[in-house]
Unconditional design. Sequence first.
Length: 435
Amino acid sequence: MHVDITAETRLLLIGMPGGELRLAATMAREAGAEVIMADQPDAALNILRGASVGLVMIDVMADVAGFVAQLRRERFVVPVIACGIDAPAERAVAAIRGGARDYVPLPSDRMMIAAALAIAATPPATRVVGNHPAFLKAIDYAGAIAPGSLPVSIVGETGTGRALLARAIHVASGRSGPFLAVECNGTASVMVEAELFGHRPGDLAGVPTGRLGKLDEARGGTLFVRDIDRLAPETQGRLMLALMDDRAGFRLIVSSACDLATLVPTGDFRADLAARQSTARIDLPPLRDRAGDIALLAPHLAERTARIEGGAVRPVDAAAVALLGDYPWPGNVRELEDVMRRAVILARGPAIGREDLVLVDGTRMLAIARPQEAGVDGLVGRTVEDVERALILRTLERCRGNRTSASGILGISVRTMRNKLRIFVEAGIPVAPAA
Ligand SMILES: Nc1ncnc2c1ncn2[C@@H]1O[C@H](COP(=O)(O)OP(=O)(O)OP(=O)(O)O)[C@@H](O)[C@H]1O
């Protein structure tokens, strides 16, 4: 089972009292997992109003759709997974249609259920792997500023390990409070506001109850705001006001795709918030710029998934590492992690080999590998313009339409890239849609 539970790990389980699920949850809790239990969706909502939860698991026989609808009404952003023991397939389908992110069939053995719940409620590993000089510089700096409460911004492309580093800073800081995360990218601003600031009873139409915001809940701990460059201007203002209050009592770490200062002149980001948050800025390099780290990361990620999700722990052979090093990784370490998760399942031999490496759409990495011998000779006879166009389109395709990653690989600005693509489109040449 893989669930991206961002930074929080507290698991809320909704299951009938006396049922197998509840008994297993008690066992998982006794073994040290952070599991909160509720008998009914209503009781679960009450818990959510007062405490942050990273993941909700709900018995598929409960009213999943009704529960998810109420979560939306109250603007909660939390993944909901339906689960059941020998449940009929229609219930699972209905749960997904009702808004559950996934359905997880649980084993019938109570010990096994307890183990599955314990995994879901285990904090993600904070081991940070890599030894490229630019990466080490970032890690050393993070270690140096971890103690205390200096505001930190972590700048890097998606999947470069920004959340992992934020958590590592929190752990190294020794702060006793919780580590809580708020996601800005792809989350409606009303939802982000509710997550950050909570609301009082009656503030939301049709919702008589109030709810605690993460700003209050993070007291004594760390609040991690992911992709803060996507935060709406009004919310930036509210956040800045809250931060000016001396009693805030939490450390704010943010991640963004670019240096916040560069967004100030265009009016996309508040100057005061950018300045405050840039007290310490850590730049995480994209994976393609530290391809040497793949030799360390690939086996680490394969072993981690094998241990968490089950599967044999196999080494990664040298040819596979070479093939991985040849790919541009638009999704960075997260994408590599996903490739290794599939490889753990696919591998049959003594080691993970090239044939076990598959992209998200099922394309084998071997099939798209750059022919090593083609070289410049193969280009003789073609015009520079023609070769440039082919290179741009192919790189864009490999980056699945992501303009920023493709232009980074090509060493041109996003603006130049967009201009070129516009010219291609005008000439009737098909261009991969923006990711
Ligand atoms: N240097 C690293 N060592 C070990 N694991 C890593 C490293 N960098 C990233 N990971 C793993 O890769 C995955 C993605 O990392 P993370 O969530 O921190 O990325 P991110 O930059 O916050 O991106 P996004 O916002 O898209 O999630 C996580 O599972 C994380 O544990």
